[in-house]
Design a protein around this ligand. Structure first.
Ligand SMILES: C[S@@+](CC[C@H](N)C(=O)[O-])C[C@H]1O[C@@H](n2cnc3c(N)ncnc32)[C@H](O)[C@@H]1O
Length: 430
């Protein structure tokens, strides 16, 4: 545990936003971070403060094994510390890699974006060409035709090999305007809600131009402020293709709370024709991820007995078995019969593997800072902080301590259950 490090983070111990912004909106005000809305797990400022206090001027190496859209890596770059991130979601890994590529020539990006915009206006189809229900529900025909024109212009230019080093940024600019151009509810955290409408939308060509201007501004900022390299590896944190020697692991793993990271980019992946329906997500994305949602455990038709017998969860087997058996019992009384029993078991099998792999990657004396949250599917409580701590110790780490950052599930009237939950940092010493 690092009490001294914590006290350096903020003057005001009540200021919980220093860790995590409740949502990820704080990061959306920051250069480069704001290029794509994704649930970051913690604030970039908090990550930068932790990195600075651990490095304290010396050269260290940072790892984020669940790097998502790259918050930790960008924070490390700002602190002048080199970093590596793992991300198993192919679409999200691509986004993070582009955000970390800040050496693109500004003139080249501007000229290429201009070319794409002019070409899109020439290609603009009179009607949308897609037959995707999701896209047709999310956009007016005019907006969808313009977005498709941008996509066609990009795909043509890419296959003609004329986009050069700006290709990724053009792709991300189109990707990142999809939600603001939609008239329906498309908040990131709630996936896509075609039955809700939004008050404000943007015209696609205008949104694209504005996005490119934002990228150009942020790239100017990056040249002066993001001074170290960050590298994103599309690999699985359970069995990563990477060598060790890291001083600090700073991350927010998926929580066992049924959030489906595959579904979070369904709109974008449908637009780019990487998937055509919801069912494609299992094969395109979910199969690579930690099993933290019931869609995943249901699709894999997992056996609870086999999961509980897995050696990796031996240190927590007794408590895990009691919780999973209870969940199996409760689900019989529920209409949805969600497979939370196998989801929870599979989640801890997966996180046990992550702990083992991290032990091999962190140098002796190094540490982990994991932003984690507990959960209570169907009202059955799983003590995530204790179990992950126990798994860390059995993987060969030295000690752990949990620092609560905030309470959850206390505010809403229409809560699914009344079990108090919390979120905080699991500090683990190697
Ligand atoms: C809480 S999010 C982290 C968000 C991140 N801090 C950011 O700045 O965007 C957890 C991430 O873990 C990724 N993930 C899930 N399973 C994984 C695995 N087996 N290996 C690597 N990444 C994985 C998810 O796709 C998701 O992006």
């Amino acid at each position: 545990m690092q009490p001294s490090m914590l006290s350096e983070l903020s003057e005001d111990p009540q200021d919980k936003t220093r860790y995590r912004s409740g949502s990820f909106t704080d990061n959306m005000k920051l250069p480069v971070h704001r290029w794509f809305r994704y649930s970051a797990g913690f604030s970039a400022e908090w990550a930068e403060n932790v990195i600075r206090s651990v490095s304290n001027g010396s050269e260290i190496r940072i790892l984020d094994p669940f790097c998502g859209s790259g918050t930790t890596l960008l924070s490390a770059a700002k602190a002048g510390v080199s970093s590596v991130g793992f991300e198993a979601h192919p679409f999200v890994a691509r986004i993070a890699s582009i955000k970390l590529k800040t050496d693109v020539d500004l003139q080249e990006l501007e000229t290429t974006a201009d070319l794409i915009l002019r070409r899109a206006k020439q290609l603009h189809p009179p009607q949308p060409v897609t037959s995707s229900d999701l896209l047709l529900k999310c956009y007016t025909p005019e907006a969808l035709s313009a977005l498709e024109a941008l996509r066609m212009a990009y795909v043509d230019a890419e296959s003609a090999n004329i986009l050069g080093a700006a290709s990724g940024h053009i792709w991300l600019a189109i990707t990142s305007i999809l939600r603001e151009c939609s008239g329906v509810g498309t908040a990131q955290w709630q996936y896509v809600l075609p039955n809700k409408t939004k008050a404000r939308t943007r015209e696609p060509y205008e949104a694209f131009e504005a996005r490119i201007r934002m990228f150009l501004d942020d790239l100017c900022y990056a040249k002066d402020h993001l001074t170290a390299a960050g590298k994103v590896l599309r690999t699985d944190a359970r069995n990563p293709d990477c060598s060790g020697g890291f001083d600090l692991v700073l991350t927010s793993p998926p929580y066992p709370n049924n959030y489906d990271y595959a579904d979070a980019t369904r709109l974008e992946m449908t637009f780019w024709e990487e998937i055509s329906r919801w069912g494609d997500l299992q094969c395109a994305v979910r199969q690579y991820l930690i099993r933290s949602c019931s869609q995943h455990s249901a699709a894999e038709k997992l056996s609870l007995d086999a999961l509980l017998a897995d050696n990796t969860v031996a240190p927590i087997r007794e408590e895990l078995t009691a919780v999973c058996r209870k969940l199996d019992e409760v689900r019989q009384t529920k209409g949805g019969r969600k497979t939370y029993h196998t989801m929870v078991a599979a989640y801890f099998v997966d996180l046990a593997k992550v702990m083992t792999s991290l032990r091999g990657l962190v140098r002796p004396g190094g540490r982990l800072a994991l932003m984690i949250g507990d959960s209570a599917p169907y009202g059955v409580y799983a003590p995530v902080d204790k179990w992950l701590g126990d798994l860390a110790i059995s993987s060969g780490f030295h000690s752990f301590d949990f620092e609560k950052v905030r309470d959850r599930n206390t505010k809403w009237k229409n809560r699914k259950h009344t079990v108090p939950l919390k979120e905080g940092i699991l500090w683990v010493e190697a």
